[in-house]
Design a protein around this ligand. Structure first.
Ligand SMILES: NC(=O)c1ccc[n+]([C@@H]2O[C@H](COP(=O)([O-])OP(=O)(O)OC[C@H]3O[C@@H](n4cnc5c(N)ncnc54)[C@H](O)[C@@H]3O)[C@@H](O)[C@H]2O)c1
Ligand SMILES: [Zn+2]
Length: 376
């Protein structure tokens, strides 16, 4: 099978390319080597250089029809990972985010439609971000889907999620795929649109279609220089530079961290399903860790302490908790995350220690958000 990975020089894409080559697939990558991910000398980016030489690389954009047309020639399966991925940044670079994520997917699907005789499957990377706050439990109203937390509450330090019916405190529970989408950022809106476009068009063309809603993916290869994404990278760079860590809200906000090799396994499971089928699946570890706890664990792994400042500040559009219900992926894809957070962090830290400590643009990224009224 010939597989095209868009965004295949990125964190997830490069790991997928390596695994697919090992499994004997023919792999082509279409990537524009965006400087925010790959730096100013992208041909030297470690992610790009990690691609096996068996991979056919096309330097091009999902916004350029001719690049896509070239990339789709003789392809059976498309894994669409190319995207802009910074949640905070998406709140002001609105047109760019919708252009790349929604516009790019639209052109890709038009070109896939032209080749529907040969292409059999499209897989798109979606995100847990589409849920907004996701599923909660109210002691009176049962399973509820609260909206975005209000500025008024957060201004006075109430970061909790309240029941949309009685206003009582809610408890986080694993979010299921049938939870109503409540995207709380432009990034999330664009991911939901990507997913809906693929899940609408590909089956209409008679193709298999999968959307995988990834939780926070981490592991070797994730960008250490992009200050707009990835708290494990940001915290690592801060720890190694001996700078304090700014922890938003009260530090009890939590995330579901899923290890890169498990994410790659979930993508391979979709690639290898050979019935014509469609599906939307949560891909996560199925458990959550607080941001404070993760900062503490990282310091232990680095054997280095920096000041953890719990600031009570917050970013507009951030969610409080997230944790995936992965039972559907377990049942249908045989997905069972194999790497527990302790082991995953150990491998991640070992990898970071071998990398060049990156210039840390984190303060600058927060300034940008503050200027635009998005960091309070
Ligand atoms: N990493 C996560 O935690 C996570 C979580 C949920 C969803 N996702 C989704 O998974 C996908 C891959 O994420 P990642 O973490 O590997 O991100 P990444 O930024 O490392 O990789 C994205 C790749 O896309 C490329 N790209 C950007 N714009 C492009 C364009 N116009 N044309 C061609 N290529 C372009 C970049 O150069 C980069 O190599 C994205 O769609 C992202 O939204 C990631
Ligand atoms: Zn209630």
């Amino acid at each position: 099978m010939n597989i095209l990975i868009t965004g295949g020089a990125g964190f997830i894409g490069s790991s997928l390319a390596i695994r697919l080559v090992e499994l004997g697939y023919k792999v082509r990558v279409l990537d524009n080597l965006s400087p925010q991910i790959h730096g100013d000398d992208p041909q030297q980016s470690p992610l790009f250089l990690s691609l096996p030489r068996e991979v056919e690389f096309i330097h091009g954009s999902v916004l350029a029809r001719q690049d896509i047309a070239r990339a789709l020639s003789d392809v059976d399966c498309v894994v669409h990972l190319a995207a802009e991925t910074g949640t905070g940044q998406s709140m002001y670079a609105i047109k760019h985010y919708t252009d790349v994520n929604i516009g790019g997917t639209s052109i890709l699907l038009e070109e896939i439609a032209e080749r529907r005789e040969s292409i059999t499957k499209v897989i798109v990377a979606s995100s847990r971000a589409i849920y907004g706050e996701g599923d909660y439990l109210c002691s009176v109203h049962g399973r509820v889907f609260p909206g975005q937390r209000s500025d008024q509450e957060m201004q006075v330090g109430d970061f909790h999620v309240h029941c949309p019916f009685c206003g009582g405190l809610c408890q986080t529970i694993p979010t299921r795929e049938d939870s109503p989408p409540r995207p709380a950022s432009v990034y999330a809106i664009s991911k939901l649109s990507q997913e809906q476009l693929v899940m609408n068009i590909a089956p209409a063309l008679g193709l298999s279609a999968y959307a995988l809603r990834f939780q926070n993916v981490y592991g070797p290869g994730q960008s250490l220089s992009n200050p707009y994404t990835g708290i494990l990278s940001i915290f690592s760079t801060r720890i190694l530079n001996g700078s304090y860590i700014n922890i938003f809200e009260d530090g009890k906000e939590s995330r579901d961290f899923v290890y890169i090799s498990d994410v790659v396994t979930s993508l391979v499971a979709c690639i290898e399903r050979n019935t014509v089928a469609c599906g939307i699946f949560n891909i996560g570890s199925g458990s959550a860790v607080s941001v404070y706890e993760v900062a503490t664990k990282l310091q232990e792994h680095y054997g280095k302490k920096v000041q953890l400042k719990v600031t009570g500040q917050y970013r507009v559009g951030d969610i409080r908790h997230c944790m995936a219900d992965i039972s559907l992926a377990q049942e249908k894809l045989g997905f069972n995350p194999a790497v527990r957070i302790e082991h995953g962090l150990e491998q991640f830290v070992t990898w970071v220690k071998g990398e060049k400590v990156q210039h840390d643009g984190y303060e600058h990224s927060l300034e940008e958000l503050r200027d635009k009224g998005l960091f309070k």
